[in-house]
Design a protein around this ligand. Sequence first.
Ligand code: KIV
Length: 317
Amino acid sequence: MSEDNRKPVNKEVSTDGTSKDSSPKVKRVRTSSRAKQGSRGRTTQTKPSVKSIAKPNFNVEPTTSFVRNLKGKRPIVGLTAYDTIMASAVSQANVDFILVGDSLGTTVLGFDTTIPVTIDDMIRHTAAVRRANPHCLLVADLPFGEASLSFDRLLDSCRKLLQQGGADAIKIEGGRDVADDIEKLVATGIPVMGHIGLLPQTVKAIGGYRKFGETKEEAESIYTDAITLEEAGCFAIIAEMLDQQVANKLSKQILPPLIGIGCGDGCDGQILVTTDVLGWSHGQVPKFVKPYLNMNKLVSDALGKYVDDVRFKKENS
Ligand code: KIV
């Protein structure tokens, strides 16, 4: 589990594991009010191993303070994962954190939005990711509705994600509307990652996916959300689909790292949905994603070959 992250203590963690004080020199400007294999006992000839992925020489620690203190030192990188094999690959790629996003609803469960994803779905998938023993921080998304009923319900859902799912921290969508509850969670010892800009859980209410912060009013509103989340004790904040200039400016104005998705490359770090990066998708992929692989094609070719081999009694390779 991660430590309490209420007070932003900024310590540089060097590659030999030692730390030294190094507060990020950010100017605060306030304009607004506030692979494991063989579990079935079978052996195979070739092991499609994720271990072949080269491991860059970056020290990664599974703590919120490690992620928070990367701000101003090097870009932070996160990816999503939804099951053990994917988490194993993502961890071995040496990310700074894994997010079990409620994007699992659209990426692997076949829903049109993230709204149908339940707390039980999140617990099950978070636990599957934990079983990969990732060596980085493991953040679980709080699904739709769980922050809206009562603080007790919110606390209970976060507690389950930590205790039953094995998450180190919880991500919660929303700005000043959820900041008071986040402050109480943080005081209880639950590390929280914020999420501002486009909030996929509100997509029905806002009528679709779009950029945020393009007007002065909306940019100021986003700034207020970010500052409020900082004050509530978030150790990092995801910014989704923010206007690039707003995102760049905001990352210099707040203490927690601003981790962008679809905001250009000026934030303190980046996160993407892993299936999008891999070209492993049955739906639409956002325009800002650069796929690194066409896994749809690779898998379809391989499976088609297997089916043909069996059907036409060719030798399996
Ligand atoms: O659910 C998710 O995967 C997310 C990312 C898009 C940040 O919230």
